[in-house]
Design a protein around this ligand. Structure first.
Ligand SMILES: NC(=O)c1ccc[n+]([C@@H]2O[C@H](COP(=O)([O-])OP(=O)(O)OC[C@H]3O[C@@H](n4cnc5c(N)ncnc54)[C@H](O)[C@@H]3O)[C@@H](O)[C@H]2O)c1
Length: 353
């Protein structure tokens, strides 16, 4: 390895800009190549960020010995294949969430990571947010006591991005695997990663993508096609852990809700905490309940600094510093939970993991 970690970014769509911007400002990283199966997109993205090489086939990028590490920012159905090939080519991997679309794939990625001895970091970017780091440090010091209950919602009333996100074949599912993965992981991580024992979930496809709605803007993927939608529009679940803790979650792409909602709340024996919508600590002193607001720059997750911190951490992990905060094992565990929820919804019964 030269002094700088030489990076290839595979998948040049929306999220790749966050990766490219963060690598660009990291003095220990150097952008070497961009790849997208859409060759024009790869070329344009390389030009925009001043990256010297553009590829249309990720295998060619991986064959370049001048690349030490890659970010995988492609559709979910190619995460496992590309991550395994990259590890086998001797590259470190930062794989966007979700790790992949099935437990079998996840286990194969884990084996490839172990065999290669390279770093595989899962893109659980919310773990790297300032608000999460503060709560994690407090949880590790026992400030909340045992965190035995968590509740998370990520409700979009109108927010099916369309394109591959709405195609189960390429995404692996709808809001549960796309945004549920973030909030479930966040709660599970802060609860101390207890072993999940069982899941009971429901999915609904009642409203479709609500492409008929006018006068309200929402994010659409680059290749939006309203005719295509094979994913759920709502999912909910109760996850039980071996230590007795539980997590309740609901997420949607479409729902007759009054407004969008993002909330992540954890409750412990000595205190509680709300990470979203705004970091707040709740406790009791002298027979009085206190709600406390920390004085920090962003009380909610800040996208740009979250990605910068995630990528700075990845670069250091690849350079032999601390092991990654979001290792492949956690990606595997998350796939067991997510796939368990889909299985439970399909069978209409609780699933033991
Ligand atoms: N961490 C986050 O907060 C966050 C936010 C958005 C998206 N994501 C994840 O990032 C990934 C990409 O999402 P996006 O919003 O950028 O999607 P996007 O559709 O904007 O971009 C994906 C790109 O990948 C390319 N691609 C697909 N398969 C490929 C392959 N085999 N080889 C080369 N290129 C390929 C597509 O042509 C497209 O340009 C997804 O896994 C998504 O879940 C994460």
């Amino acid at each position: 390895m030269t002094n700088k970690l030489r990076i290839g970014v595979i998948g040049a769509g929306s999220i790749s800009d966050q990766h490219l911007n963060a690598y660009r400002r990291n003095p220990r990283a150097e952008l070497a190549a961009v790849c997208d199966k859409n060759a024009d997109r790869a070329r344009e993205k390389a030009e925009k960020h001043g990256v010297p090489r553009a590829y249309a086939d990720y295998r060619e990028l991986l064959a370049n010995p001048g690349i030490d590490a890659v970010s995988v920012c492609t559709w979910n159905d190619s995460h496992a294949e590309i991550s395994i090939a990259a590890l086998e080519a001797g590259k470190h991997v930062l794989c966007e969430k979700p790790l992949c679309t099935t437990v079998e794939e996840a286990l194969r990625v884990e084996q490839a990571a172990k065999r290669s001895g390279k770093t595989l970091q899962v893109g659980f970017v919310r773990r790297y947010g300032a608000n999460t780091r503060i709560v994690k440090a407090m949880a590790d010091r026992g400030e909340f006591g045992e965190l035995y209950y968590a509740k998370a919602s990520c409700i979009r009333r109108l927010g099916n991005p369309g394109g591959w996100f709405a195609d189960k074949e390429r995404s692996g599912g709808g809001p549960l695997i796309d945004v549920g993965v973030h909030v479930i992981d966040l709660c599970w991580y802060l609860m101390g990663r207890p072993k999940a024992k069982s899941v009971s979930g429901n999915t609904y496809a009642k409203l479709g993508n609500r492409a008929n709605v006018q006068n309200l803007a929402y994010y659409k993927s680059s290749d939006y096609d309203p005719a295509l939608n094979t994913v759920e529009d709502l999912a909910n679940a109760l996850i039980r852990f071996e230590n007795g803790a539980s997590l309740l979650v609901d997420v949607s792409f479409a729902l007759h809700a009054k407004e969008d909602e993002l909330s992540v709340k954890l409750y412990g024996e000595k205190g509680g905490v709300e990470l979203e919508p705004a970091l707040t600590f709740v406790t009791e002193r002298c027979d009085t309940i206190l709600n406390m607001t920390p004085q920090i720059d962003h009380l909610s997750f800040d996208f740009a600094s979250g990605f910068r911190d995630e990528i700075d951490h990845f670069v250091e992990a690849c350079r032999g510093g601390e092991p990654t905060l979001s290792p492949v094992e956690d990606g595997v565990e998350m796939m067991k939970i997510l796939c368990g929820i889909y299985e439970s919804a399909e069978k209409g019964e609780e699933i033991r993991l």
